[in-house]
Design a binder for this molecule. Sequence first.
Ligand code: ADP
Length: 402
Amino acid sequence: MKVLLINAGSSSLKYQLLDMKTEKLVAKGNCEKIGLKDPVIVYKHNGQTQEFEGAKNHEEAISRVLQILTNKEYGVLKSLDEIDAVGHRVLHGGEVYTNSVLITPKVMKELEKLVPLGPLHMPANIAGIKACQAVMNVPHVAIFDTAFHATMPEKAYLYPIKLEDAKKFKIRKYGFHGSSHKFITGEMSKILGKPVGKLNLIIAHLGNGSSITAVENGKSVDTTMGLTPLQGLMMGTRSGDVDPTVVQYLCEKKNMAVDSVISYLNKQCGLMGVSGFSSDNRELTQKAQEGDERCRLALDMLAYSIKKHIASYLPVVKKPDAIVFTGGIGENSVETREEVLEGFEHLGIILDKKKNKNFKRGEVQLISSAKSNVKIYVVPTDEELLMARDTKNIVKNLKNSK
Ligand code: ADP
């Protein structure tokens, strides 16, 4: 069985084709700058990268991807019939979707209703689904970034605003990166040899977007992102937590409208805003080592933000089985992990600095000292595999129920 995964943004469409017999990636790529100047389609398979002329809109983009995948010379499919299902990454499932679902006309209507909760991502996600449905007559499945966090209790997901307003307008914490946190929970069950339902974890998914999730008995009980992915940790270009009054203040001082300030907090702040140089952890680490003070400050603020949020979840999950680092920064940045874990020693949570430094990229690593009360792991995430597995399971159940 082959599954095509689609992650549609406003001017991009990322795709991955997986063979679910082996769970191996067959091909992947990205349609970049859709509808903009010089659009391009990148196609990667068998260790090669090719570029093709891009597309004017999402529908053209997916048609071209399918042509590439089935091309006689460089394609990986004999015909489109080999694709059994399409899995779509969807940002927001609101309170309606607590699991991945088969996309029906009713689901499409619900997704439209969820646009106000994700105005930046949802229209593009919906456009991606429609474009694929127009050219592929196979089951389409939606996998929501929010779904894994549907198990949070009220005391964790509610904001302390007037309860009537919170309920009426569904203003609450939803949480994101669900596919990654769920994937890591499954991996940790295998690594520790403990059933998912008995696992207590603190998972730090640190990438361009970052979130930390408290997992108790295998379920998300709190997470740092909120109504939108702007809340919580300092990120590549997102501020994370700020006093809401900052918004009003910025409106006044910079003569900006509220939505412009929200866009500013999403796109111009975080590591980028503080360093004035880059949103990229690797580049900042190098610059900071060369003595750049703003880059040093940005990295110090990042580590401090992660440290505080990890610490805040220690009593939430009672006795954690492990603290897990994942995502581009979590999996790769020796410096960030070391800085984050400094200060936990008096709680008996002890990093083995040598193991942390000598870790093998792309592999599961135990980086805590033998004396540590809580194990600390680096675990590579694979959100796409989780999405492909969900898609496969839904389609399998569909076939069984026929
Ligand atoms: P996204 O959230 O877009 O999926 P990723 O999970 O790929 O992002 O993470 C991107 C971040 O990971 C960037 O800040 C990048 O600098 C960082 N990163 C990747 N490799 C390394 C590395 N070797 N050392 C330090 N940081 C790294």
